[in-house]
Design a protein. Structure first.
Length: 185
């Protein structure tokens, strides 16, 4: 069982937390024969926009590290020990019981700060435009976002283009379809 990071946007993190998102599609890169996100049974951990800090720089072991997650604005006290995280911390992360103003990119989230772990239940490859309405629901799309004449797949098409840019839906790339469930730790 491998544990690798996987990045999600704020709205998709919320959909995962609400148990509305159980699939993700990622473009297959040229020459890729094995899914880089894992295999069934693997447990990817979610990277998301965040900020963390130590309330007491002088005695960091006396207080837990705190982390705020931008997706839902929740704050969590993390059970990380100072020596586990010291390579990530700088003086701007701590002191005066004030959290930093600047958000950190999901790319820089350490594993110990992740609050969501997934378990991969299935993987397949298909063309992007092959998505069904059922799969669009599993991607976190909602009928509440429908416009006149829409299908759930067309809602997903708009979401895809908002992330990948104009024309990205029309290019109809091969995608990894990663099915997952959220694990309870």
């Amino acid at each position: 069982m491998a544990e690798k990071p996987i990045l999600f946007s704020g709205p998709m993190v919320c959909a995962i937390l609400e148990d509305r998102k159980t699939q993700t599609r990622r473009v297959v890169k040229d020459g890729q024969v094995q899914c880089p996100y894992g295999s069934p049974g693997d447990r990817p951990w979610v990277r998301e926009t965040h900020r963390y800090w130590w309330p007491d720089w002088e005695d960091p072991g006396a207080h837990p590290c705190r982390c705020r997650y931008k997706a839902d604005d929740s704050v969590v006290d993390l059970p990380v020990q100072w020596d586990e995280g010291d390579q990530f911390f700088t003086p701007e992360d701590a002191g005066l019981d004030q959290e930093p103003v600047k958000w950190r990119s999901p790319i820089f989230m350490p594993h110990w700060a992740s609050r969501i772990t997934l378990e991969i239940t299935g993987i397949r490859v298909e063309r992007l435009q092959s998505i069904s309405d059922t799969d669009a629901l599993a991607e976190g799309c909602s009928a509440a976002d429908m416009r006149s004449g829409d299908s759930l797949a067309s809602i997903y098409a708009r979401l895809w283009e908002s992330i990948h840019g104009a024309g990205s839906w029309d290019s109809n790339p091969l995608v990894w379809v990663v099915e997952f469930c959220r694990t309870q730790l």
